[in-house]
Design a protein around this ligand. Structure first.
Ligand code: FAD
Length: 468
């Protein structure tokens, strides 16, 4: 039997944020789109990443709020945790979004093919059930999976990655988190707030690499105050499960050991390129497994793009969205501007939250800029005191002008209450390459947490209202 490939404008391998953003954007523009997805559309972000992780962090926030209710004169029973209910709520949120996404894809006339897709010559994508699809264009958006480390085989019981943490049936009384990056810090914060005794083991000299030092220092102080043990500059060498299988002893540093109920391996994510086929194509994969692309996300094969975690750009869902749409815009013949990865927004939802766009002070200096910086703590912000979250600060990094004043805003780095929701105007300022003089006249509503950003900007013009 000779199979004839089904023809589409675009065939997308992978239905995570990068793949589904491309599908929705292309579908809206009238392109005939096929998505091949081996698990569930929504990808890591919806099923094993952003959404379930943030839902659990919100559970932790509710627990913190109830625990601290007495300060507000609210009398509540000492809170307890019914983790099965927390899991059920997380799943409800995920499922509702999943249903919505499937409905939207249908509405945009996107055809979804279940299975693993492999790309061969002439834009032919073969699904593992034998279905053949040919796209005028193809987008590779196969995403990433958690990295593991030798000696820490994931068993879903004692050794977990983010995939297993989000499916836990009960909370461990103690945990080691290997890796103090964004995801590691989110899990450490969540587990600690929900009552686990947490130790972070980080190989680098500080946690949250990439964050401004003043910002990371606030998180470190808060974590330590809440009893999270942070050990930096240490390497883990292995672990030894107890005979009863209920705990394991992790070896690290200079012969040190710690016994815990769970080890969370959070050492980054690797691109999932090994199932892509690619024989007979000019698509290249680098030594780390990333699909090679130019700044327009074009692979070596004409008409084949790659987007999201499968390319070596920041592994963020919203970067995947932007890249998926950028690929489609090129198919539509639009004039496009490549994504400026130095200025994308970053949000970390540990407590206290972190949010930034643009260069940290250290990165700006390393890049050769002479800088003027200003910090304003949330401790002086009325709303922060009202909500009982005074820890944190806003730091603005500007390029120094010839007369020594604060010029173009290079970066805004924030840590504190709800900063992930306050990043918008900071993000615009950085991306518009605005100066403090241009931003200062914009009035901030009072009393809001966002006044701290406004105050920092005003101070940079030499006319701070409350900040010197
Ligand atoms: P993925 O989401 O990994 O999707 C790829 C899809 O392709 C998957 O559904 C997979 O099943 C499918 N697939 C793979 N190979 C094939 C194949 N050959 N054939 C068919 N289907 C295939 N990012 C943020 O921006 N904000 C956050 O707060 C955030 N929190 C996170 C928290 C955690 C715990 C984790 C793990 C990640 C988090 N991320 C966050 C990162 C974010 O989830 C990823 O950057 C994003 O999901 C990448 O999107 P993607 O489409 O490139 O890949």
């Amino acid at each position: 039997m000779v199979l004839t490939a089904q023809e589409f404008d675009v065939v997308i391998i992978g239905g995570g944020p990068a793949g589904y953003a491309a599908a929705l954007h292309g579908g809206l523009a009238g392109l005939n789109i096929a998505v091949v997805e081996k698990e569930k559309v929504g990808g890591t972000c919806l099923h094993r990443g952003c959404i379930p992780a943030k839902e659990f962090l919100e559970t932790a926030a509710v627990y913190r709020t109830v625990t601290g209710a007495k300060e507000f004169g609210i009398v509540a029973d000492p809170p307890g945790i019914e983790f099965a209910q927390s899991q059920a709520r997380k799943q409800k949120v995920v499922d509702q979004l999943w249903k919505g996404l499937q409905g939207l894809m249908k509405k945009r006339k996107v055809t979804t093919f279940p299975g693993t897709g492999r790309l061969g010559a002439d834009h032919l994508v073969t699904v593992d059930d034998g279905t053949e699809l040919r796209g005028k264009w193809v987008i590779i958006a196969s995403g990433s999976v958690p990295r593991t480390i030798p000696g820490f085989e994931v068993d879903g019981r004692l050794v977990l990655t983010s995939d297993e943490v989000l499916d836990l049936e009960h909370l461990p009384a103690s945990a080691v988190v290997i890796g103090g990056g964004a995801i590691g810090c989110e899990f450490a914060s969540m587990l600690s707030d929900l009552g686990s005794q947490v130790t972070i083991l980080e190989g680098l000299p500080k946690i949250l690499p990439g964050c401004d030092k003043d910002v990371a220092d606030v998180v470190v102080r808060s974590f330590k105050k809440r009893g999270i043990d942070i050990r930096t500059g240490v390497t883990v060498t292995g672990h030894r499960p107890a005979a009863d299988g209920r705990t394991t002893t992790v070896q690290f540093g200079d012969g040190e050991e710690i016994t815990v109920e769970a080890v969370v391996v959070s050492v980054g994510r690797r691109p999932l390129s090994e199932e892509l086929g690619l024989q007979g194509t000019a698509v290249e994969v680098d030594e780390r497994g990333f699909v090679k692309v130019d700044d327009h996300l074009r692979t070596g094969e004409p008409g084949v793009f790659a987007c999201g975690d499968i390319v070596a750009t920041p592994q963020l869902a919203h970067v995947g969205f932007a890249e998926g749409m950028l690929a489609i815009d090129q198919m539509l013949g639009d004039d496009v501007v490549p994504v400026d990865y130095t200025k994308v927004p970053w949000c970390i939802y540990c407590h206290p939250e972190v949010a930034f766009a643009g260069l940290s002070e250290e990165a700006a200096r390393e890049a050769g800029y002479d800088v003027v910086t200003k910090k304003d703590p949330y401790g002086g912000n009325g709303r922060a005191l009202i909500v009982g979250e005074p820890d944190g600060l806003v730091k603005v990094i500007c390029e120094k002008t010839a007369d020594g004043k604060a010029g173009r805003i290079l970066g805004v780095h924030m840590v504190g209450p709800w900063v992930t929701e306050q990043l918008g105007q900071a993000y615009l300022s950085v991306n518009w390459e605005a100066t403090p003089q241009e931003v200062a006249p914009f009035v901030q509503p009072h009393p809001t947490l966002s006044e701290t950003f406004g105050e920092t900007i005003l101070a940079l013009t030499g006319r701070g209202l409350h900040v010197g």
